[in-house]
Design a protein around this ligand. Structure first.
Ligand SMILES: [Zn+2]
Length: 229
């Protein structure tokens, strides 16, 4: 098992333990040269073992290794890697708070530093599109063609986050759901105060945040360095 695949399986299991997917929902992938490891179709992340993860050519889409079918969202992953050469990992999850809040018409907007630092200002919220279709893959590709897009909300469906490491894509997914949780609760007790453009620009200028971003991009899942505020 390669390190990429090992990290991917660990992240997939963290999605389950964090409650961001249930059953066989969600899918994850990691780039390995001109190929990607992707979670298999029909398996829960808790059950899927290394031998179940197929390896697929990013340029041709053909299966290079493995006997199991890739996730039904394989096209979404392939097209995203093709337009973003620096992306090393993709995490697609179904986080409950994010789905609830955005299906009710709200957009996620930064209310605390971590969300902005991990996701930035460009988080497209795309309308519901039938899952597994070429139309969904095209909508995902269109949003991620912008080099500053690190995460996307798929309304009535879930989230998709990218990273230069598996851990970065995972942390972005966790930050999105945390933002949705905070925003939801702020809405229920009062009027949410969002970070202003000036406050976000101040975060962009922080050396410590620049350091943290670089660390996260370089970090391996097994590296053991956790995010600190
Ligand atoms: Zn999904």
């Amino acid at each position: 098992m390669t390190q990429h695949l090992e990290e991917l399986i660990e992240a997939a299991r963290e999605l389950v333990s964090s409650g961001l997917v249930t059953g066989a929902g969600g899918n994850v992938s990691a780039r390995e040269g001109d190929s990607m490891w992707i979670s298999p179709s029909g398996f829960s992340f808790a059950d899927a073992q290394a031998q179940h993860y197929p390896r697929i050519s990013i340029s041709s889409g053909e299966i290079l290794e493995g006997e199991h079918r890739p996730s039904s969202e394989v096209l979404m992953h392939l097209q995203l890697y093709r337009v973003r050469p620096e992306v090393r990992a993709i995490v697609h999850a179904h986080p409950k708070m994010t789905v609830a809040l955005t299906a009710a018409g709200h957009d996620l907007r930064p209310m605390y530093a971590d969300y902005y630092v991990y996701l930035g200002a460009n988080v497209p919220h795309v309308p519901y599109t039938t899952v597994t279709t070429p139309e969904l893959a095209a909508a995902v590709q269109a949003g991620f063609e912008a080099p500053d897009c690190q995460g996307m909300v798929l309304r009535n469906h879930g989230t998709i986050c990218v990273g230069e490491s598996v851990k970065e894509a995972l942390f972005r997914t966790l930050a999105m759901e945390e933002q949705a949780f905070i925003q939801y609760h702020a809405l229920t007790v009062g009027t949410p105060q969002f970070l202003s453009d000036a406050q976000c620009a101040d975060l962009d200028a922080l050396d410590s945040e620049d350091y943290r971003r670089r660390l996260l991009a370089e970090m391996k899942t097994s590296g053991g360095v956790e995010s600190q505020s």
